[in-house]
Structure formats: structure tokens, C-alpha cells
Write a protein that binds this ligand. Sequence first.
Ligand SMILES: [Zn+2]
Length: 133
Amino acid sequence: MKTKFKTGGCLCGAVRYEIKGPLRDSIACHCVQCRKTSGHYVSATAVHKLDFEIIEDTGLKWYQSSSYAKRGFCSACGSSLFWDMDDRDLMGVMSGTLDGKTGIKTSTHIYVGDKGDYYELTDDLPKFDGYEK
Ligand SMILES: [Zn+2]
């Protein structure tokens, strides 16, 4: 039986990935780093690193965004794709880079204390000033 992989990638195709396992629901992060790298805020899913494979990396660059995490982006088209925290089994994947229907929902807003003043959060989802838990 053939497993149906989820796929995704950047705008130009110089970064492509495959996911062979379940996707966590998407978490919207309003921290300053996510706002700067995305231009607004980020909503990201997470997958187990064992279920995650980068199949095209010609454009992939990593930026060490903090002492404990780096962000993957495409150096050709500028798409922000990954958030990888050291020593963590999960890879954060920006949900907007998934191809087609994702089958997940946004579950939570985090770092709402850092959000921009030019938008409001009007949904009923849980909101945390920092990271949940
Ligand atoms: Zn690209």
C-alpha cells in the first residue's frame, strides 16, 4: 500500500518537503521574530522530525534566530518555511507552505502580548501572552 504523503514548499520550488506523519494543529504566533520574518504573523504546524524530509533544498538557508532555534527560508524567493528548535523532536512548518488542503485547524494564538497594534484577534481561540504551557 502506498502511503499518501503531504507535500509543501516555497513559492518558487527551490525548497520542497514531504511529511509522512500526522500534522499538529496550527498555532498562530505573534512574536516579534515571526512578525519580522513573515511580514505579519505566523501560523505553523509541527511534525515529528522522523516523519519529515526535505526533498529539494537548493534554495534552503537557515538563519539562527535565537540561541536555541533556527529558521529555514528560501534564499531564492524569500518564503519562510521552518522553525527548528534545538533538541526538539518536532519541526515547525509554516502552515501556509503546505500544498493544497491541510486538514488541520488553527488551535491557539501565542505571544499575543507581542502582536502588532494594527490588527485585532476577534476569534474565540485560546490566547496566551507567551508560549502555551
Ligand atoms: Zn523559493
